[in-house]
Design a protein around this ligand. Structure first.
Ligand SMILES: [Zn+2]
Length: 562
């Protein structure tokens, strides 16, 4: 056991003890229902039969009792005839009334599902539901990974509350259609009531703020389509730091950049937002295209947990840390998700690399931008060594739930695969692919707000890439995304030549960059790894892929180990 492993063991033992004590302290709370604990997965026939248009949430938060009371409306359109409307809601909540189109309706709360029964709605008909409920929401064990409510306090002892529900879903605290496939097309209105002195911060733009009986209600409105897991409560005695960013889209709109913080360290706040974040946004826009939600805001909120890409109100809890390349990686990662995850959203959970592999690749590019090739190389090597290769990034089963992604491969192997794809396709075709996947056009600067989000599967991405490349690229994605093992290269150098061969994927047509140096010349060529002999002078020096453009198994890592 190495020192690192010993430290890790002790930390785990300590966390286990703390967790045990914490569980004992709240043993009166119900355990999380397995249905509530998962998000997306296979879409039920009942939920496939309607399309959500809009949500209105009225939530009153009682921090002392760690409880909420809610009144949540959903507007939707039936896509098939409906006799039951299926919502998701954590069964721990007590439901006091359920309505359909303004009238009370019979309902059953069972196995994490809330079913409005005995209804008759014809295909194509709009309808709206309302659920009045309340209780103590599930407390996150380890947000944002094992999510739920986070009831924390600031250094001065005031309430600091957040939610993070990616992977488990909106049904942890409000009745919703808990599936990645259905954004609310017209966003959401959120009326959040909290004790005076606290500020509730959410997605979209603040419409009004009103006080009565010691409580303040904040009305936020998001007008762009919104994934339900993005709808996040952030409550604290927040202070606001605001700048404006001039968008690079037509008309150069002035977009508010708002950071809600609990920290009193003005210098750190200014450094993070003014000196770091503003440059990051400009880099994203230059590399990808216009910020997607310039008709709302660019928002960040300081949270007790590490982070999450909540649309227009990204959670930030990285403690104002600047990394060795001079930037805050966490805020960078979350803002990258405004493009990868929020503008372009996965068709299903199996396509999660479209959120995380892409965002991680952007992280590495920012190391390059900030410092140069050494920082880029160092970052790429670091993430290479965190690849596990226990299973494919993209599982075959389209109904895979988020709990499939228990390794970092969707992040790091995803990022490395894109690095190789960029080399294979060349700059223009690669970036046109990325822009078309995001915006549906390779010229996003011709767009204006509102920008329409795209829903993409892995196969959609392959189709766009193949189109830009001018030849089918399924073979590339089959190996890197749909197989477990990395390709392993064998090379044979003789006096007269060099031959390369993919040991474990003999038909894999990916060529390899080879640098050849002789007494008079240095050339870089791309050579197939199919056993073809490359004729070489006996004094030629050869280096295979010296710039590490090709993701492969070097033969000295043990894969799929803890
Ligand atoms: Zn991420």
């Amino acid at each position: 056991m190495s020192n690192d492993q010993a430290a890790n063991f002790l930390l785990r033992a300590f966390l286990f003890l703390v967790l045990g004590l914490a569980l004992a302290a709240c043993s009166s709370r119900p355990v999380l229902h397995p249905q509530t604990a998962i998000s997306s997965g296979e879409l039920s026939a009942l939920q496939a039969a309607y399309d959500v248009q809009h949500y209105t949430l009225r939530l009153t938060i009682n921090p002392e009792a760690q409880s909420l009371s809610g009144d949540v409306a959903m507007e939707a359109i039936a896509s098939n005839d409906l006799n039951t409307i299926e919502l998701d809601l954590d069964p721990r909540f007590a439901i006091s009334r359920v309505e359909l189109n303004g009238n009370a309706v019979d309902y059953v709360s069972s196995e994490g599902k809330l079913l409005l029964i005995g209804v008759r709605i014809g295909a194509g008909t709009p309808f709206h539901t309302r659920v009045i409920y309340g209780g103590n929401p599930h407390i996150a064990e380890n947000a944002p990974w094992q999510g739920g409510f986070v009831w924390s306090t600031t250094e001065s002892g005031e309430h600091w509350i957040a939610t993070a529900v990616q992977g488990r879903g909106c049904d942890l605290f409000w009745p919703c259609k808990d599936h990645i496939s259905d954004k609310s097309d017209r966003g959401a209105d959120m009326h959040i009531t909290v004790p005076d002195g606290l500020v509730a911060v959410m997605n979209g733009a603040l419409q009004s703020e009103s006080s009565a009986n010691g409580m303040t209600t904040f009305h936020w409105r998001a007008i762009n389509p919104l994934s339900t897991y993005h709808l996040a409560l952030n409550i604290a005695p927040y202070k606001k730091y605001e700048l404006s960013y001039t968008g690079k889209i037509a008309g150069a709109p002035s977009i508010p950049v708002v950071f809600y913080h609990v920290s009193d360290e003005t210098e750190k706040v200014e450094r993070l937002i003014r000196d770091d974040f503003m440059q990051q946004i400009a880099f994203m826009e230059e590399t990808l295209g216009p910020y997607p939600w310039g008709n709302e805001k660019i928002g960040v909120v300081e949270t007790p947990h590490l982070g999450m890409e909540h649309q227009t109100i990204n959670a930030y809890g990285n403690g104002f840390e600047v990394n060795e390349s001079g930037f805050d990686w966490l805020i960078f990662h979350e803002i990258a998700h405004e493009w990868f995850g929020n503008l372009m959203t996965q068709e299903n959970s199996r396509d999660f690399w479209l959120h995380e592999g892409t965002a991680s690749f952007m992280d590495s590019l920012y190391y390059d931008k900030q410092v140069g090739a050494a920082a880029f190389g160092s970052q790429m090597w670091s993430i290479y060594n965190q690849i596990q290769n226990c299973k494919p990034i993209v599982p075959e089963d389209p109904s895979t739930a988020m709990d499939y992604f228990d390794s970092n491969d969707v992040y790091y192997k995803g990022a490395w695969s894109l690095h190789t794809l960029r080399w294979l396709m060349g700059e223009d075709a690669f970036w046109s692919t990325i822009r078309r996947a995001l915006y549906d056009t390779a010229d996003p600067w011709s767009l204006s707000y509102p920008i329409t989000p795209a829903r993409r599967s892995t196969e959609d991405f392959i189709a766009i890439a193949s189109d830009e490349y001018g030849a089918d690229l399924n073979w590339f994605f089959d190996v890197y995304f749909k197989q477990t093992d990395l390709p392993k290269l064998a090379s044979t150098r003789s006096d007269t030549g060099l031959s390369l061969r993919w040991e474990n994927y003999p038909d894999f047509p990916l060529s390899i960059p080879v640098h050849i140096r002789t007494a008079t010349d240095t050339v870089i060529i791309s050579h197939p790894a199919d056993g073809t002999v490359l004729d070489l002078a006996s004094d030629a020096t050869v280096r295979i892929d010296p710039d590490n453009r090709i993701l492969r198994d070097f033969g000295f890592r043990q894969w799929c180990q803890d």
